[in-house]
Design a protein around this ligand. Structure first.
Ligand code: CA
Length: 385
């Protein structure tokens, strides 16, 4: 290894030439920790090793090219690599390529990979307050969640919670509000939920159970056959874009929405904290702002594609789409409130996270009457839609 100079002086063109030469020689990784080069003995050699290349593996919970999570994680890896001019080179791995989907958290914590792309509520078994940074039943919309995390103290609490595990995350995406799900029979009253067997993950499962049903969880690929064979009577997945792609309309009779359980499901870029902490300031800024771009772009892509997909489901596939009856959705939200409140009693940090989150949510609801919600209600009434 060559000695560092105090102030490396090099030109961009030299860096590129140097980097490609190193790549061709297959020694890029060996130079990972080599900061700017140049020695008194070989001053002319300095430019060829001036560019410090950091290589990260990004493991994910998603299949390759999976709409939403998969495509957004691939875009994030590419965006950081490009924005850093290749200095932070991130290679994306689909679920199962390096580790299975639900092992992303542990693999990043242990440093098997430097970062991962995931929905944080998959890690509820690590800490019961983690879903607040993803989604909980009766919780925040995508914009409310981003507002809480970025401007409401959420990021600081998330950092405190994740520091216990040696990881650090930024919000980098959101599905937007999710649908209530696909049902084989009509839901006309609370009684219709008695005995229903429904695919439902996270804290929403507890709500289904308290409604008199039985919640089960299963990955995407198992939902279709389970609905078709009658193993389950109902299933939620995401929303029109993802649900159309999986073809649930072929096997289920009714599509209810919106749901009560995922008002806006956040995705995270989860990083090994040591890996993140050792990044130079400019690369930290690139990571942060690439995540911020994803947090904006991902929910609007979901919105645009789901609006189009809902029309296709209705007009082309004649799907019966409807809201839950008022007494049913009211009960779902009432039980959600109880289930989520119970989290606060689990520990000191749980209580602080719940308080920050619920204070922000209630403030948001008071404002929403005069903000997006109030405006959209009036607009729809006026337009008759
Ligand atoms: Ca879902």
């Amino acid at each position: 290894m060559k000695k560092k100079t105090n102030k490396p002086i090099y030109k961009r063109r030299d860096i590129l030439i140097g980097a490609s030469a190193l790549t061709a020689a297959g020694v890029l990784t060996a130079c990972k920790d080599n900061v700017s080069g140049g020695t008194p003995e070989n001053p002319g050699q300095s430019a060829s090793i001036s560019k410090k290349i950091i290589q990260w593996k990004m493991i994910t919970c998603w299949p390759r090219d999976f709409p939403g999570g998969g495509t957004h994680s691939q875009k994030l890896a590419q965006r950081i690599t490009e924005a850093s001019d290749g200095r932070l080179e991130i290679k994306n791995f689909a679920a199962g390529e390096l580790v299975p989907a639900f092992e992303v958290f542990d693999a990043v914590r242990e440093g098997t990979a430097e970062c991962g792309h995931a929905a944080p509520y998959y890690w509820i078994s690590k800490h019961k307050a983690i879903p607040f940074f993803c989604t909980v039943p009766g919780g925040m919309t995508a914009s409310e969640k981003a507002a809480w995390i970025i401007y409401g103290g959420g990021q600081q609490l998330w950092d405190e919670l994740y520091a216990e595990f040696g990881v650090k995350s930024f919000l980098c995406g959101n599905t937007g509000v999710q649908m209530g799900g696909w049902f084989q029979k009509e839901i006309n009253s609370l009684e219709d939920f008695q005995g229903i067997k429904m695919r439902m993950p996270g804290l929403g499962a507890e709500v289904v159970n308290r409604m008199g049903g039985t919640a089960v969880n299963m990955p995407a690929g198992e939902i279709m056959p389970a609905l078709q064979s009658g193993v389950i009577d109902a299933a939620e997945w995401v929303g029109p874009w993802n649900d159309l792609a999986l073809g649930f309309y072929k096997v289920a009779n009714y599509y209810y929405g919106p749901g009560f359980h995922e008002g806006g499901t956040g995705n995270e870029l989860i990083m090994n904290k040591k890996s993140y902490d050792t990044l130079p300031l400019d690369l930290k800024a690139i990571v942060k702002h690439a995540c911020l771009a994803g947090a904006l772009e991902s929910p609007v892509e979901y919105f645009a594609r789901s609006a189009l997909s809902l029309d296709i489901l209705i007009k082309k596939h004649n799907v019966d789409v409807r809201p839950f009856p008022k007494d049913v959705i009211n009960k779902m939200f009432a039980i959600s409130k109880e289930v989520v409140e119970e989290t606060a009693s689990l520990g000191e940090l749980h209580a602080r996270i719940y308080k920050s989150w619920s204070d922000f949510l209630y403030q948001s609801m008071r404002y929403q009457k005069y903000s997006d919600y109030g405006y959209m209600r009036d607009r729809s009434e006026a337009y008759g839609i």
